[in-house]
Design a binder for this molecule. Structure first.
Ligand code: UDP
Ligand code: MG
Length: 210
């Protein structure tokens, strides 16, 4: 691997981004990486914090939206601007454990898969109502769709550039990345992990927006 691009959606993450970066720096000290923070029109100080990190660290880049467009738009913009031959997508709040990244990279470099993605094995810490509706969503989706979504599948993944290009070629207007990642195919390996609570701030999703 020459370069790993890490795409990080950020909506009101002023308290998380520094913690996120220091965690990434300590875990990926042996790797060549760039972090691309994508500010999704945050109303807090996220943009300034990210700008400062980018000024003092040549591994850090950022994009910033003029308003809140939602995580799907962030993912598209971030993936479009990733230069690495491997691309990692992960949340800013440390709910996607960075310690899994080396294993994900090594697995792809060993030729085991084109994509290594993380799967939550528990929903510990989540409200009962959210868990119930989430399970129902997966059941209904898998019944009506040609693709099968893996239970507990997250957006947290490391992908070869060829997979990213395939996803970006799909010019869907209303994007559902979890489905698109599955739809493009490719050899995918799943790594299970226990749910982790966010390091700071609160979830950007209301029940109705989910
Ligand atoms: N996020 C975003 N735009 C939004 C909502 C969320 O970019 O409109 C980001 C957020 O900063 C985080 C990731 O998407 O990095 C996941 O959001 P969150 O942690 O709120 O979701 P949850 O973990 O509760 O599903
Ligand atoms: Mg979260």
């Amino acid at each position: 691997m020459d370069l790993l691009s890490i795409v990080v959606p950020c909506y009101n993450e002023e308290e998380s981004v520094e913690l996120f970066l220091s965690e990434i720096q300590s875990i990926l000290s042996d790797y060549n990486f760039e972090v691309i923070f994508v500010n999704d029109g945050s109303s807090d100080d996220t943009l300034n914090v990210i700008k400062d990190l980018a000024d003092s660290n040549s591994n850090v880049k950022y994009l910033s939206f003029s308003r809140n467009f939602g995580k799907e738009s962030v993912i598209y913009a971030g993936l479009s601007n990733a230069n690495g031959d491997l691309v990692c997508l992960m949340d800013a709040d440390l709910q996607h454990p960075p310690r899994l990244i080396p294993e994900m990279i090594e697995s792809i470099c060993a030729g085991e898969a084109d994509v290594v993605a993380a799967r939550r094995t528990s929903r510990k810490g989540e409200s009962m109502l959210k868990s119930i509706f989430s399970r129902m969503f997966y059941k209904v989706f898998n019944r009506v769709s040609q693709i099968t979504l893996v239970e507990g599948a997250t957006d947290f993944r490391v992908m070869k550039k060829v997979v990213v290009d395939a996803v970006l070629e799909l010019l869907e207007y209303n994007r559902f990345s979890k489905g698109l990642f599955q739809w493009v195919g490719f050899e995918t390996k799943w790594i299970p992990y226990e749910n982790v609570e966010r390091v700071a701030g609160e979830s950007g999703w209301s029940f109705s927006s989910l």
